[in-house]
Write a protein that binds this ligand. Structure first.
Ligand SMILES: [Zn+2]
Length: 473
């Protein structure tokens, strides 16, 4: 998620995955003879088997699920989950995300503009894979890798077919992972009307649909909760809302705007809700000392963050509120028989791993896990709910022997059960941003069609699973 355009510790981070490709434009250029040989295989890579199946399976039959809750831990690979499990519930304990009925793995790779595999994804391409059933290039949001055309998303399909829809995140709601459900832009950096430098084809003056926040308001999810107030404060430069802020645009289209947990709890159930709880990212829950060259003395994490304003909803509280609002919306339109699609993102697991900040990362994983518990509790009361828990990609964390002397950054944490856990970060030189990794990630599920995550699945397959669960055309 937070790979571009956000500030962390005073540094502006540009996604190394993407800049690597930019620095070496000829690196992936194939010899001409390879085009014909690779053509068919590459089309399959970009499209994914799920998309082909889904094209054939466009059926109006209602799906076996009333509701789908998709929870995504950004940058939450197996090592990140293990670190959080060890620290908070013990190596033999189980997080909520460990308790779902089925679990498999998803590939995570993206493609370049010619459809060749790129083995480490960013969050824009990662989310596009499940949001649209297509792989795209790193940095792009729900548009094709070659022709840069918009791809219909799960949220759009659900909305148009009468389902209530929602998106909850700890990032800006304009960040890549939530953006992939509600917008289509050439580059993830095009968050607000003033941020369109990398998206000339998407500007309204060029006949495009505008920035991520403008498109997100137009997509009109019933619930949209996270950070990003700064992006909504920007002024729309063209189109029917020209001269007004994006927040004005949102209010004009019926949104009630809430700024903290008290206002969220008090929100009316009969109108869409836009919750903006921070200027950009929502501050993380835990703090501690970053990993360092040569390691650290054993230490504990602080389960608080002085920079997190009182009244900021936790991800679990936002998830609970979203479920209440979506259930009310569903009950109002009960004659349609349609439930809801909700995506919940724990965004700052990724952000803190980029910074080699193990306590921030573990705290966000634990906070995400509480949101998972909230979703599972809801599913316990509403059995026709498919709950899916996964990640978009793994990250830099390694769980190391206590006496290891790793070359990169490391730290030793004293866990709640009294163990000593050394964590290493060595995907970048000290002082540089840590990076994503390319391993498959866990995908767990419970409820109707939960068996469809078993085995090793393509990252695009989630699209087909959610689509089939809700009977989306
Ligand atoms: Zn990232």
């Amino acid at each position: 998620m937070n790979d571009t355009g956000h500030r962390t510790g005073g540094t502006r981070y540009t996604n190394p995955v993407r800049t690597t490709g930019t620095r070496r434009p000829g690196r992936n250029r194939p010899a001409p003879w390879r085009h014909a040989v690779l053509g068919t295989a590459l089309l399959a890579l970009a499209t994914g088997p799920a998309a082909a199946t889904e094209t054939r399976a466009g059926t109006p039959d209602p799906g076996p699920a009333d509701n789908v809750i998709l929870l995504v831990g950004d940058g939450m690979g197996d090592a990140e989950i293990t670190a959080a499990r060890n620290y908070s519930v013990g190596a033999a304990g189980r997080l909520a995300m460990d308790t779902l009925d089925t679990e498999g793995r998803r590939t995570t790779f993206s493609v370049d503009e010619r459809g060749r595999p790129v083995y480490v994804t960013d969050s824009a391409a990662g989310a596009t894979a499940w949001a649209t059933g297509r792989r795209t290039v790193n940095g792009r949001v729900s548009k094709t890798p070659d022709t840069n055309r918009p791809l219909a998303t799960l949220l759009e399909k659900a909305h148009h077919q009468g389902y209530a829809t929602g998106s909850v995140t700890t990032a800006s709601v304009a960040d890549a992972t939530p953006a992939a459900l509600t917008s289509h832009v050439t580059d993830r950096s095009c968050k607000g009307p003033a941020d369109m430098a990398a998206c000339p084809a998407d500007t309204r003056t060029a006949g495009g649909a505008g920035s991520i926040v403008e498109q997100t308001v137009a997509a009109r999810p019933d619930v949209l909760l996270g950070g990003g107030a700064d992006h909504f404060a920007q002024t729309v430069t063209d189109g029917p809302h020209r001269g007004r802020t994006v927040l004005d645009q949102a209010r004009a289209t019926g949104y009630q705007v809430v700024r903290d947990q008290a206002e969220l709890t008090a929100a009316r159930l009969d109108r869409p809700v836009l919750g903006l709880f921070a200027p950009d990212q929502v501050p993380v829950e835990w703090t501690g000392t970053p990993a360092a060259p040569g390691g650290t003395t054993p230490r504990r994490c602080a389960r608080h963050n002085p920079a997190r304003p009182a009244g900021t909803p936790t991800l679990a509280e936002s998830t609970r509120a979203a479920l209440d609002l979506l259930t009310a919306r569903r009950d109002r339109s009960r004659e349609s028989g349609k439930g809801f699609f909700l995506q919940v993102e724990g965004a700052s697991i990724d952000d803190r791993a980029h910074e080699a900040d193990p306590c921030g990362q573990i705290g966000e994983t634990v906070a995400f896990d509480r949101a998972v518990a909230t979703a599972l509790a809801y599913a316990g009361q509403h059995p026709r709910t498919l709950v899916i828990v996964t990640a978009d990609h793994g990250h830099a964390t390694q769980v190391l022997p206590e006496d290891a002397r790793p070359a990169g950054l490391s730290t030793t944490l004293v866990t709640d059960e009294g163990g000593r856990m050394q964590l290493g970060y060595a995907t970048a030189m000290p002082g540089e941003m840590q990076d994503h990794t390319g391993a498959p990630v866990p995908v767990a599920a419970q409820g109707p069609l939960a068996h469809r995550v078993l085995g090793v699945r393509e990252n695009t397959d989630l699209f087909g699973t959610v689509r089939a669960a809700l009977g989306l055309r």
